[in-house]
Design a protein around this ligand. Sequence first.
Ligand SMILES: Cc1cc2nc3c(=O)[nH]c(=O)nc-3n(C[C@H](O)[C@H](O)[C@H](O)COP(=O)(O)O)c2cc1C
Length: 319
Amino acid sequence: MLSKIYKLTLYLNEYIADFIKVIKFNSYSPFEDRQKRLFYRIIINAHAIEKGLSLDNPRPLFGQAKMTDLMQLTKGYNPSSYGFFPLEMTLGALKDYHALHAAKNIEADFLHQVIDWQNQLDAMSVEHATGGSKQVLGDNNNPDLSHTEFLTSRFSCRAYLPELVSTELVAKIVKAAQSAPSQCNRQSTRIHCFQNKQQIVNLLTLQGGSSGFVDSVANLFVITSEQTAWGGAGQRSQSYVDGALFSMALMYACQSFGIATCPLNLAVTNKKEKAIQKAGNIHERERLIMMMAFGYPITENLKAASSPRLPTEDILTLH
Ligand SMILES: Cc1cc2nc3c(=O)[nH]c(=O)nc-3n(C[C@H](O)[C@H](O)[C@H](O)COP(=O)(O)O)c2cc1C
């Protein structure tokens, strides 16, 4: 009994140490370098614009508040600190935003601000426009693709046809994704598949990150992990590692059957997690990993957010 109590107190140590690290390094932390925080915040805001650009029918002048935030953030960012990447991504998003409205003959004062801002970025020697949206084919299960091309042709799809994926195909996809590794092969990941429109709307409304394309989602996975599989303070976050690996395998399994996906974050509070569990009839022992929209992509003019990647040398340290 005493050893069990001791083991439980170890969780407290770990959560306190986790808490201290969060306080020191999180994106609002006054202890963390401001330029590094801006680097990430600009990328995140520019991506919000890209996501709007990737919708089937974006709302005219969408995301003005996000765009204005983005402008303020870029003003404070010094590219000599962490490089041009966030500014290049912003420039691409601005150019595509402007081009989208020009193509629809939409006029607004705000669009002039967008051009001014584009010019300011040009004046800051931002040479490449990497962000924005890109045309995608949606036939990414093409058997002629090499293994590497198969991997690099996956994209987050935010425009689907209304068709349901058959339950037979869903079962095949999940079986293929079960090839994912798991710690000690404990296989704690669980997949909940929803195809009832009202239930999907309820779940996505709670999720909150798919507001521009909720109506187009006809098939939804919720990926969870049974906590009973995990014990010991060292394992306190491991269900998320296994759950994320399974989710990645699930995305590629979908792709291998010609089904597009969009991972949807469940970065939620315990209260929100409980509400989602209730809406999805999911047991509370299953912690939520993520949601995933999936289905057949629209066939005409399918676009995806550019989501440019950092230069590999910036993320690879050869020790
Ligand atoms: C854990 C996770 C959560 C995500 N959440 C959302 C989301 O809530 N809404 C959304 O539209 N995209 C979401 N995405 C998709 C990312 O925006 C996308 O993966 C990223 O920009 C890279 O683009 P790509 O998937 O097209 O390669 C999420 C991705 C991950 C991995």
